[in-house]
Ligand binder design. Sequence first.
Ligand code: TYM
Length: 333
Amino acid sequence: VQRVLTGIKPTGTPHLGNYAGALRPAIEASRRKDVESFYFLADYHALIQTTDPLRVVRSTLEITATWLAAGLDTSHVALYRQSDIPEIPELTWLLTCMTGKGLLNRAHAYKAAVDKNTEAGEDPDAGVTMGLYMYPVLMAADILMFKSNSVPVGRDQIQHIEMARDIATRFNHQYGEHFVLPEAAIDENVATLPGLDGRKMSKSYDNVIPLFAAPAELKKLIFSMVTDSRKPGEPKDTEGSALFQLYQAFADEAQTAAMRQAFADGIAWGDAKQVLFEQIDRSLAPMRERYHALIAEPAKIEACLREGAERARAIATPFLAELRHAVGLRRLD
Ligand code: TYM
């Protein structure tokens, strides 16, 4: 069997990029009979980004409800909260001892922080926590704990998965073949969903479209999207058009081909936005309804996460015992 695993940080309200880039492909993958799936709320990772406890709690509820509303079958998939698995931080330490500092110096997120500080003439590590620095090791523990072969993620996570492979390789070389080497699974069509301003849709760019925005808000956001100055009747480029890419992520092939033609025929931007709005609204409406029903019952969501944690721990507990033994953390008798 294939093991598929992915995580989402509970730092805010889920957006279209999280859905198209992570949830939707992960749910599709989980429907295959020969697949075992592990999907989780990366709440330890969230602490690196926010110090607002209520935000983490609220977001955990919202993202779990989103998984369920999007059709995840929890009788077949372990859906859990990272912090319910105490074996994860313990494995993180074992991996930390196998991780070169130089490897972490090259991590994109850490380097970006250092570059920004350097440009501003500040201490290179100003504001950088050890949490940010260690981020890839914690993520490697998430992945390696469950012997995942396939990790469906957006493009921004590829480096992290390569690092997990590096760390696993070094551990295996030192202590024997305990870990499976994971691979990133990227859906080429939606590898990076653009946001309102054409950059990657991301909370940190403040350009997101919330997945469950009410229709009026959804419409307003879509109409605020940045487009070029081409007039109605002038052919438009699909290449590099955020509007087109968003449409493609929520349309089938025939609809996408029709939109491509409309661009070539010079559809007015306002009309294109209207079509995009209707398409997204239509494809999300049933899920939105389920979501609002679910979010009103936090106790049910909590029970679901508990059950997922039990399943995940049934694997993590014996595997960690094996690893402890392998590195020499053993009883004496
Ligand atoms: P996070 O919470 O930032 O994002 C969750 C997932 O959504 C994808 N994503 C996007 N995909 C397409 N277009 C976008 N605009 C877009 N924005 C976000 C991300 O690539 C990601 O797949 N480090 C991870 C969480 C994590 C994890 C893991 C993932 C922790 N441990 C183990 C996989 C395996 C993160 O910050 O995702």
